[in-house]
Design a binder for this molecule. Structure first.
Ligand code: PGA
Length: 253
């Protein structure tokens, strides 16, 4: 059985005070949540990681939104997996489509980031997904296959169960539009097939696959009810304690 996981990606939002207030509300809302039953993760901006961390209860884990692929050195502006690990970060989002688009992050860079994160025993949350144009041209399957293959190139089979993959159709992010649950499930199944072909069925069955893109408290059920989907990567709705708590409640039900 794969353990469900809900990850809140706060993106470039909130000031420190609001971030702390949100954690106080989440703590309260998750007071009865058993961390053995579900992983709950929040990913604040780099500058707020520490300020948020010391307020987190045991059942909310800390994640970062990005990482660099070197441990240390002359890389102005970058943050290493070693630094993240050192301040208590456990998860790291890698290859989010906003980074692929805004700072031209490539699959090669993403692959190096995954390797680097794993070397510090962080859980990489790899994001893959097709754009609207790609979907219209029926390229979803080939785009997903290509991204998963390139991003996981050379990753050892023994590391695979630490990797979480989020299927996030680019057109669904922040748009209020979502695919149907069964369509997202088909893509999750494809991701598992790609992993199975390169590793084994056993390995593929262990990888947790999430859906992301306009997830909220009203539609979470549609995705979490799918057999291949183990949780969600939540953007906008994770900024509201009320919505995020309701999302988690429906996953553990
Ligand atoms: P959204 O973002 O929930 O605001 O669509 C999801 C994401 O980008 O991970």
């Amino acid at each position: 059985m794969r353990k469900p996981i809900i990850i809140g990606n706060w993106k470039m939002n909130l000031n420190l005070e609001d971030a702390r207030r949100l954690i106080v509300e989440l703590r309260q809302g998750f007071i009865d949540v058993d961390e053995r039953k579900i992983d709950i993760v929040v990913c604040p901006a780099f500058v707020h990681l520490q300020g948020v961390n010391f307020q987190l209860p045991v059942n909310i884990k800390l994640g970062a939104q990005d990482v660099f692929w070197k441990e240390r050195g002359a890389y102005t502006g970058e943050v290493s997996p070693l630094m993240l690990k050192d301040i208590g970060v456990r998860y790291v989002i890698v290859g989010h489509s906003e980074r692929r688009k805004n700072v031209q992050e490539t699959d090669e860079m993403i692959n190096k980031k995954i390797e680097a994160a794993l070397s510090q025993k962080l859980f990489p949350v790899l994001c893959v997904g097709e754009t609207k144009e790609e979907r219209e041209k029926n390229l979803t399957d080939s785009i997903i296959t290509e991204q998963v293959t390139k991003d996981l190139e050379g990753i050892k089979a023994s590391s695979l169960e630490k990797i979480i993959i989020a299927y996030e159709p680019v057109w669904a992010i922040g748009s209020g539009k979502t695919p149907r649950g069964e369509d997202a499930n088909k893509v999750a199944k494809l991701i598992r097939k790609v992993i199975e072909e390169r590793y084994s069925k056993d390995q593929a069955d262990k990888v947790r696959i999430l859906y992301g893109g306009s997830v909220d408290q009203r539609n979470i059920k549609e995705f979490i009810d799918q057999p291949q989907i183990d949780g969600a990567l939540v953007g906008e709705a994770s900024l509201s304690a009320n919505k995020f708590i309701k999302i988690v409640e429906q996953v553990i039900k």
